[in-house]
Design a protein around this ligand. Structure first.
Ligand code: MLT
Length: 203
């Protein structure tokens, strides 16, 4: 098999008929970070976990930012397309159905960008600590896509109205969005894991 376009980890499914997970790490993470989370929340699913190609002071990310919370939107678009192309390659190479993205922070933001720019790429998404990736997103039809958004009431990086705006954008495009604001900061809490696990059980 020729090498795929992103450094990644792939863990085959342990049980049939579960949608694969596309695991997208936060700033400074890599393809290993979310494997245990993926196994915990969707125990039998195939896991596809790429490493972001952008380096910020040596820390991998999925797109460039100009400052904390200020995104290079042209790069967001280009990188979301590049990642969607990788998912298509990996689906063919590993024989996978369209995955559900599970992204944390920067990984959640690129997942949200992919949803609006390349909606066919993802069957749905879990967006943990996400914010609006594109200020003026294209019109998209997300009918039939389920999205779980978990935000932190005390998140110092993401103002509450920003995550709510993203939820409204996705809902406006037809996605079935469940947005819960947890008594948490930017980091993941036990509640994130149990709510995500429940969401997968009820898909
Ligand atoms: C981002 O840059 O995507 C967000 O600010 C979250 C982060 O990675 O810190």
């Amino acid at each position: 098999m020729r090498p795929l376009s992103f450094t990644h980890r792939y863990e085959p499914a342990l049980t049939p008929d579960q949608p694969p997970l596309l695991l997208l790490h936060g700033t400074g993470g890599d393809e290993n970070d979310l494997i245990p989370v993926g196994r915990m929340v969707a125990s039998g699913a195939a896991l596809l976990s790429p490493r972001g190609k952008v380096l910020e002071n040596g820390m991998p990310r999925f797109f460039r930012r100009l400052a904390e919370g200020v995104f290079d939107e042209e790069d967001v678009k280009a990188r979301a397309n590049e990642l969607a192309d990788f998912v298509a390659e990996a689906r063919e190479a590993y024989g996978l159905a369209a995955p559900i993205a599970l992204g944390f922070s920067n990984g959640a933001n690129i997942a949200a960008a992919m949803l609006v720019l390349r909606p066919e790429t993802l069957a749905g998404a879990v967006l943990l600590r996400a914010m609006v990736p594109l200020s003026d997103p294209p019109r998209t039809d997300l009918t039939g896509k389920q999205v779980l958004m978990l935000s932190g009431a005390m998140d110092p990086l993401i103002p509450a109205d920003n995550s709510s705006r993203l939820a409204a954008q996705l809902q406006g495009a037809g996605a079935e969005v469940k947005h819960t604001i947890l008594p948490a900061g930017h980091g993941l809490s036990q509640q994130d894991l149990s709510l995500t696990q429940n969401w997968f059980l009820n898909l």
